[in-house]
Design a protein around this ligand. Structure first.
Ligand code: FMN
Length: 317
């Protein structure tokens, strides 16, 4: 398999593990890269020194390409970018901010830049900003999300219409079938979060992983719409957010309710009651905790089988 995404990043398969707070450290990133995908370290939950350590450990654990995801609202963004450049990282996926801010500086330092968006309007802004690839993420996705609630099925063909640079689909993809569907809509690569959060190498707590592999359809919802829309498991924290939103709580009240460190508490420390539990809709389809390498291999095997089936079947209509 070779296409614009495999060539751009120098990888075997166009399968990317999304940067994820409290899940994607060097273990997950290097496991995905070693299996032929592109592993990303999630800088969003790391202090600068922690990020440096993870980059160094990732370099020692794989000789394959890997990258770092940087949410651009990060308070110590200058330090984070300096570390990325000085450690010789070759690939950066930016998110949650304006791609114009950092793309040129990163590219001037020999770094390939992709940016994550949730609408076709912002996808075009990425192209204007000169990024090398766009990740279009539908509202099925785990983590922070677009206000417009556009689903992957609608978003990918919309983005594809106006974009000339390579397109990566994200949101609700966890299988080879999902990958094939995304490719049929015009994507050239997939970024999976939820599937990789629920693997052996993910640094999420066992409590979080066990809960997530038992979720059913409808157990996650888009929440925190006033602050920053985020898909969450419906636990007690989620209920308190909904109650506050229903009574019209102000943004400041919501900010106070959210407090600090909620996602660490939920995802990393396994406090399933008070924590903010970020995971995607597709968790309802997942009931196991394989290794990340097995995920890459099974997604590709399934993609190939499904594609073969489609090609060999006679047209029905
Ligand atoms: C627990 C969790 C944390 C996430 N944290 C981040 C993050 O720090 N930065 C980011 O750009 N995306 C983040 N995401 C989104 C993923 O990178 C990915 O794009 C998304 O999960 C894809 O949708 P899926 O969950 O349906 O696979 C997160 C997702 C999850 C599930």
């Amino acid at each position: 398999m070779s296409n614009r995404i495999t060539s751009l990043f120098g990888i075997k398969y166009p399968v990317i593990s999304g940067g994820m707070v409290w899940c994607s450290g060097w273990r997950l990133a290097s496991a995905v890269s070693n299996a032929g995908g592109l592993g990303l370290i999630g800088a969003g939950s790391m202090h600068p020194d922690t990020l440096r350590e993870h980059i160094q450990k990732c370099k020692a654990a794989t000789d394959k390409p890997f990258g770092v995801n940087v949410p651009l609202m990060y308070p110590e963004i200058d330090t984070i970018m300096d570390i990325i450049i000085s450690e010789g990282v070759k690939i950066v996926f930016t998110s949650a901010g304006n791609p114009k801010l950092w793309t040129k500086k990163l590219q001037d330092n020999g770094i390939i830049v992709a940016h994550v968006v949730s609408s076709s309007k912002f996808a075009l802004k990425c192209e204007e900003a000169g990024v090398n690839a766009v990740v279009a993420e539908g509202f099925e996705a785990g983590g922070h999300n677009g206000r417009e609630e556009t689903s992957t099925m609608v978003l990918i063909p919309q983005v594809r219409k106006g974009l000339s640079i390579p397109l990566i689909a994200a949101g609700g993809i966890a299988t080879g079938e999902g990958m094939l569907a995304a490719f049929a809509l015009g994507a050239e690569g997939i970024q999976m979060g939820t599937r990789f959060a629920l693997t052996q190498e993910s640094s999420a707590s066992n409590e979080f992983k066990e809960l997530c592999i038992n979720l059913k359809e409808g157990d996650t919802m888009l929440s925190l719409k006033k602050l920053s829309p985020t898909r969450l498991v419906k636990n007690e924290f989620y209920n308190s957010v909904q109650t506050a939103e229903d009574r019209g709580a102000s943004t400041d009240e919501m900010r106070e309710l959210l407090g600090r460190g909620r996602s660490k508490k939920g995802i990393f420390e396994g406090n399933l009651v008070e924590g903010e539990l970020e995971i995607g809709q597709i968790s309802s389809l997942i009931d196991d905790l394989p290794s990340a390498g097995d995920v890459v291999r099974s997604v590709i095997a399934e993609y190939n089988i499904r594609l073969e089936n489609f090609i060999s079947e006679k047209p029905l209509f």
